[in-house]
Design a protein around this ligand. Structure first.
Ligand code: AMP
Length: 299
């Protein structure tokens, strides 16, 4: 039994005999919880999120549950990874629904700190992982990965997980986190989880809830283009020609403002001239209205 003062418990309104989620708002409570579990010789699985949870997030929680004794999710909209203040202000926040969802899927604890708790000084660090941090998302969202690395490093030090779970949906972020943990010498296993999609192919994203119905159907052009490129690849076309094919398809989707649609080596993030890699990936970013969406597919 974990006994920590000053937290609140979610799920009492439900069946009181079922699991309840312990919700921590401070670093010290979360550390104490983690210490207790580690001292008992049990394992901790960690799922960092920015909330507005959907089944994609839950697939990470379920994977963690299947592999670890205790699962903790963080819900924190991290200000240092937003390079656009209106995007930060409009990011969806649905804490109660999130806690309900986590409760129903057997998550044990949630860490949901205020900004001041995580950032007494609002400073962020800097990491240079070459092309991985400078290309694509790194280029179009300057400082974004420094913000991601800053918050993930802090969270890892607080939660001290044995395993941490990240979605392939944020492909470049996943590659960066692997580099970060290696660079910082952190003994945490990074587990990747496949992208969960809606039935029609749209990659699930917290940002989708901001799309109007018209924008929602326009956004389908993203996954359609990626799937069409994956099919076309089977015809033995070169990476450069496949990329041109994809760009030509995108011109039909006039409601999507393309930032990039790029075929790269998923390890090095270099452009592919031939298919001599086991990890070719097509990465997309673009806007539908004011909403920035990303997606990718391994081919
Ligand atoms: P976010 O709340 O957007 O920061 O995402 C938290 C975690 O959930 C990240 O590791 C994401 O890659 C992952 N994630 C987001 N959307 C999906 C999805 N559709 N399928 C699988 N994982 C996802």
């Amino acid at each position: 039994m974990i006994k920590i003062p000053n937290f609140y418990v979610w799920g009492l309104k439900k069946d009181p005999t079922t699991l309840r989620i312990t919700v921590f708002e401070t670093i010290s409570q979360t550390r104490a919880w983690a210490d207790e579990i580690r001292t008992a010789g049990k394992t901790i699985g960690f799922v960092p999120t920015m909330g507005a949870l959907h089944p994609g997030h839950i697939s990470l929680v379920e994977k963690a549950r299947s592999e670890c004794d205790y699962v903790i999710t963080s819900i924190f909209v991290n200000p240092t990874q937003f390079n656009n203040s209106s995007d930060l202000a409009r990011y969806p926040r649905t804490l109660e629904a999130d806690l309900d969802m986590l409760h129903d899927h057997g998550c044990h604890a949630v860490f949901t700190p205020e900004i001041a708790e995580m950032y007494p000084t609002m400073q962020k660090g800097h990491w240079d992982f070459g092309l991985l941090s400078s290309r694509l998302e790194g280029f179009f969202r300057p400082g974004h990965f420094d913000g991601v690395c800053t918050v993930v490093k802090k969270l890892f030090e607080i939660v001290t997980p044995h395993k941490a779970y990240f979605g392939e949906k944020d492909y470049q972020q996943l590659a960066i986190i692997r580099k970060l943990t290696a660079y910082e010498g952190m003994d945490i296993e990074i587990i990747s989880v496949p992208t969960m999609r809606e039935k029609d192919g749209l990659a699930m994203s917290s940002r989708n809830m901001r799309l109007t119905p018209e924008q929602r159907s326009a956004a389908l052009g993203i996954s359609k283009t990626l799937f069409a490129m994956r099919e076309k690849r089977k015809e033995g076309i070169s990476p450069a020609d496949l990329q041109s094919f994809g760009h030509a398809l995108m011109t039909h989707h006039t409601d999507i403002r393309l930032e990039y649609l790029q075929i790269v080596d998923g390890d090095t993030f270099e452009d592919l001239t031939t298919w001599n890699t086991a990890r070719a990936v097509i990465l997309f970013a673009g806007y539908v209205g004011e909403i920035r969406l990303i997606d990718n597919i391994s081919i």
